[in-house]
Design a protein around this ligand. Sequence first.
Ligand code: SAM
Length: 305
Amino acid sequence: ADVQNPAGEHLPRYVRVNTLKTTVEDVGVYLKRDGFTFQGNASRLEDLTLKENHFVRDMHLPELLALAPKTDFHDHFLYKGGHIILQDKASCLPAYLLNPPPGCHVIDACAAPGNKTSHLAAIMKNKGKLFAFDLDAKRLATMSTLLLRAGVTCHQLAHQDFLKVDSDGAQYKDVEYILLDPSCSGSGMVCLRESTSSNQEKDQARLASLASFQLRCLNHALRFPRLKRLVYSTCSIHRQENEDVIGACLQQNPGFRLVPLLAEWPERGLEPYTQCLRASIATTRTHGFFVALLEKHSEAANTKQ
Ligand code: SAM
């Protein structure tokens, strides 16, 4: 068996505290009242392996709590009231690393069902403008419900192909930050992974087509005239959708460079793209994931390192 691929039920239950509605401390108080025991701040990977009814605060993401696998919050009032968001740790990285300040203009290019959008809004403290696009009407409907529940108000949802959004449009002239989390193979999702493929040729063609779409999205995003920073993420473990897309993009857009991310993060992008992060169940106790942060050369901004 693939050691990277034990069953998904071994992943911790991650709970992101929605700071638009509450605080980590208050959620901790409610959980303790409900019979959960706080085990302190995690400091090592092993601390994320929890017994039933135990919880810790994550060591990388301050607004994230980890609980035992499969802890069920779907009927819990904290979840129903939008105080907590059930989101894998790796998928919290893009918004956290992009870190758009309150008041700025941001695009979430492929946004539905909107977990990263609501995270961006929380970081922006609901101040500024958050343009969110998606092609899929059904996923957008789910997203509207999620954002309403989470108390997000700074967003503008559009049922639109991001590749057709006019980067020179007057409404986007102040966009400085973009989160791009495009469709990918999903090969990092522990529950979706297959150890052997029945048709490798077909898989390769699918990967090539996804990579070409991802690169087109990236190139398009970098055209927004005032863009300072862009975070690119996938839940894929394939180099073709991750480092190769970033490599091609850097070659085609010499005005942008990679920002080195979280020195303490244990899994890096494949050589030579070690500024980027990878994630996996074995190394980070998350789904398989990839994140890259690009910035415009001339813009020296604060970095979370
Ligand atoms: N960022 C989302 C979140 O965290 O909840 C997940 C996004 S999912 C990986 C990719 C999304 O891209 C899908 O909802 C899909 O409908 C959307 N999509 C695919 N092609 C698109 C396009 N050309 N323009 C906008 N959205 C697109």
